[in-house]
Write a protein that binds this ligand. Structure first.
Ligand code: ADP
Ligand code: MG
Length: 220
């Protein structure tokens, strides 16, 4: 082996080790909250490649653009009826960003709220503040799936407000999926609606997905 080849090999080896170290560090942060990036099994295999872009081309382009420009990009508010591919696109973004070694935390809003409430237990290793901190500043991207499905108790809405407000203050992008339009959301979120919606509107580009329910049409 000549000296050049030796150097190239050792640089490659160091680079791989450095990448692995970085990845471990990033994922350790999320592991304090969940054992993985939070993606349900069904969505672990969803990518931009296996998304039929002809069905919702602007949404596909926005997702691709988001990944390409991340972290210097506006967030996305993906809305539309059930089964049009909102969660697929959000999961594809998670998978693409994880491949680029960014850390992400994906959660259905109902689960995010439960996770935060689980910190009130005496056995919890994290406080509520620490859990919010992981979601809103330690990980590179938070994805809230199905906003509008939460029970609209005062406590739940105040937790939601705190998450959104922290992201807003930290100038971090967010991905939100929802079946609701802005009017429904503002109505649902009650007294917290205007404050939450105005932050979401300033943080996210709204993208409306359309089409038939893919699950009913194609099964799954
Ligand atoms: N354009 C698309 N290309 C490929 N698969 C799609 C597309 N739209 C939806 N699907 C599939 O249909 C199912 C339902 O999509 P999902 O993203 O869960 O819908 P939503 O979150 O909008 O209710 C998933 O299995 C998803 O992979
Ligand atoms: Mg969904």
């Amino acid at each position: 082996m000549d000296i050049k080849e030796f150097l190239r090999n050792s640089i490659d080896k160091n680079e791989i080790e450095a990448r692995e170290y970085l990845q471990k560090e990033r994922f350790n942060k999320i592991n304090q909250l969940s054992k993985s990036n939070g993606l349900p099994l069904l969505f672990k295999s969803k990518t931009l490649d296996n998304y039929d872009e002809s069905r919702n081309t602007p949404a596909y382009n926005a997702a691709k653009d988001f990944v390409d420009k991340f972290p210097n990009t506006n967030g996305l508010l993906l809305s539309g009826n059930v089964g049009v591919g909102k969660t697929h696109l959000a999961a594809a973004i998670v998978n693409e960003l994880n491949n680029k070694l960014y850390s992400t935390y994906f959660g259905n809003i109902v689960d995010i709220i439960s996770t935060l409430k689980s910190t009130y237990s005496r056995n919890s290793s994290l406080t509520e503040i620490e859990a919010i901190d992981i979601m809103t500043s330690k990980v590179d991207l938070l994805i809230i799936d199905d906003l509008g499905k939460e029970n609209t108790t005062e406590h739940n809405l105040s937790l939601l407000y705190r998450i959104i407000n922290r992201l807003y203050e930290n100038e971090k992008p967010i991905i939100i999926t929802t079946n609701c339009n802005s009017k429904d959301l503002i109505y649902r979120l009650d007294e917290w609606g205007p404050a939450i919606l105005s932050r979401i509107t300033s943080m996210c580009t709204p993208i409306i997905l359309s089409g038939e329910d893919w699950r009913i049409k194609y099964g799954r």
